[in-house]
Ligand binder design. Structure first.
Ligand code: DGL
Length: 263
């Protein structure tokens, strides 16, 4: 039996999961939150499935010590590669981003969609599989953007070299003429200002909004919302806490230095 007075946790390799956390906190402002960024092992997109299983399991076991009722995998790479293997192993409910958003995107009336994601997500074809479960005629173009996570973590999004890399990747995708493009890595919304210099902003789908709405509604259905809680937030990283605060600042103000939890 999950305790509805527990905390809600967010898990990512770094600052990307804040794009989900920020939206979720606005939907449920009274809950207590824990955020974990596995910066010691970032980027996850370059890891193998078995490496990702080991890393995610360590983070989940750490979160089990923090009185957590639900964990949002605010990381597409682990949602694609470890959710099925690990989902039933812990004392809390686990929510994966891709599987939680695929239906609403697939049934939004579009006929073709691009997916930008990490190498490990693209190699798993998780987006294409999940989207086609809900709309078998949807045309899906998947493309890895291997350098984007590092650009975000290092706060280099405005350098001319980064802009050139982003534009090159975007141009390649645009050759397919997709109606929309999913930002299938939670770090990528940090790059929306650059992307929208070269393509209309409304072309890009940030799944974090759908993910936050899905989890809120599921937790309501399961009776897991805590109406009496007073909002709090704790941040943990496995390394580089100062760098985390600095990279996050484009998007989210982390008010106190995250605690380093060396798993
Ligand atoms: N932000 C993560 C994702 O959504 C992981 C990025 C990485 O560490 O490669 O896939």
């Amino acid at each position: 039996m999950i305790d509805k007075e527990g905390k809600i946790a967010f898990f990512d390799s770094g600052v990307g999961g804040l794009t989900v956390f920020d939206k979720f906190k606005k939907l449920l402002p009274k809950e207590s939150y824990v955020y974990f960024g596995d910066l010691k092992n970032s980027p996850y997109g370059a890891k193998t499935k078995s490496e990702l299983i080991v890393l995610a399991d360590k983070v989940f076991k750490f979160l089990e010590t923090k009185n957590v009722k639900a964990v949002l995998m605010a990381c597409n790479t682990t949602s694609a590669n470890v959710y099925e293997e690990l989902k039933n192993n812990y004392s809390f409910k686990v929510y994966p981003i891709i599987q939680s958003c695929a239906k609403v995107i697939a049934q939004s009336g579009i006929k073709s969609v691009g997916v930008f994601a990490t190498c490990a997500t693209i190699n798993s074809h998780a987006y294409s599989k999940e989207l086609k479960l809900h709309n078998s005629s949807l045309q899906v173009y998947e493309q890895a953007c291997p350098k984007w996570v590092e650009i975000v973590e290092k706060g280099l999004q405005n350098s001319s070299e980064s802009i050139q890399i982003i534009k090159q990747d975007l141009d390649l995708m645009l050759e397919n003429k997709p109606e929309k493009i999913i930002l299938g890595c939670t770090h990528y919304p940090y790059l929306i200002n650059i992307l929208s210099k070269f393509a209309p902003k409304d072309m890009f789908i940030d799944p974090s909004k759908f993910f936050a709405e899905f989890v809120k509604s599921d937790m309501e259905n399961l009776g897991l919302i805590n109406e009496n809680s007073t909002q709090s937030e704790e941040f943990y990283v496995s390394a580089n806490n100062k760098e985390f605060v600095s990279a996050a600042s484009v998007f989210y103000e982390v008010k106190s230095l995250p605690i380093i939890a060396d798993l």
